[in-house]
Design a protein around this ligand. Structure first.
Ligand code: PEP
Length: 249
């Protein structure tokens, strides 16, 4: 019912030359994937990536979007700018943005609204830090982040959103949540969506990915879990063979 979606988050990696090489290798490896395949690339690689994946099953994504339509926001990128380049998905609220660039639940919500208003599909990242986990705050953090991210978002837009549950302690660390734990935690997020919207909305309209050191070795176990609808993949998305193995879990 919910088509799995596997998205690569390249972060600040790959120049245009690297983009061309990686995608050229990746295209044939994922051509028969059943999951939806997305690559979220740095702004400077978007145009080149768009050219290379044209006509393939790989979809184009960006790593952030500003909430304003335009104006005096030096260094920022608007939704219109991304749409013009053929971007379909955009990562919003990644923990690295929250941790290093002052992203808050409120700015995440503003970016989600800006993306949806222009027809972009936000991949909304939520997740607890190790400190929050050890303090027994997983549920309250996820309920808060999810509720704030979806503030004033209409039910009709839910099919255009993806949530990525990314425990901060598992990102880029090689530590993965166990499949059962990721599944159970994602169930908390889905229950939150049921309360915010409706049971059917949560069950059928919103896809929730797992992210955090997902790789060819653990992808099939994670993807076998009923609550897990895909993955947001950092490190393993930078190698064509590894990413294709995750995509075809
Ligand atoms: C991410 O950047 O969203 C991520 C999950 O990274 P990694 O797969 O490297 O942990």
């Amino acid at each position: 019912m919910r088509q799995p979606i596997i998205a690569g988050n390249w972060k600040m990696n790959n120049t245009i030359a690297g983009t061309k090489a990686l995608l050229t290798d990746l295209i044939p490896l994922v051509a028969d994937a059943k999951a939806e395949v997305v690559v979220c690339v740095p702004y400077t690689d978007i145009a080149a990536a768009g050219e290379i994946i044209k006509g393939t099953n790989i979809k184009l994504g960006a790593e952030n979007v500003h909430w304003a339509e335009k104006g005096a926001f030096t260094g920022e990128i608007s939704a219109d700018m991304l749409v013009e380049l053929g971007v379909e998905y955009v990562v919003v609220g990644h923990s690295e943005r929250r941790q290093y660039f002052g992203e808050t639940d409120q700015t995440v919500n503003a970016r989600v609204k800006a993306a949806l208003a222009k027809g972009l599909k936000p991949i909304i990242c939520v997740g607890e830090t190790l400190e929050e986990r050890e303090g027994g705050l997983v549920e309250s953090v996820l309920v808060r982040q999810t509720t704030e991210a979806f503030k004033d978002i209409d039910k009709s837009q839910l099919e255009n959103t993806v949530i990525a549950y990314e425990p901060v302690w598992a990102i880029g660390t090689g530590k993965t949540a166990t499949a059962q734990d990721a599944n159970d935690t994602i169930a908390i997020i889905r229950n939150t969506m049921a309360e915010l919207y409706c049971k059917d909305c949560a069950e059928n309209k919103v896809r929730i990915q797992y992210g955090g050191s997902m790789n060819p070795k653990n992808a099939s176990e994670l993807m076998a879990m009923p609550q897990i609808d895909g993955g947001l993949i950092g490190g393993a998305s930078l190698k064509a063979v590894d990413f294709s193995q995750v995509v075809k879990y």
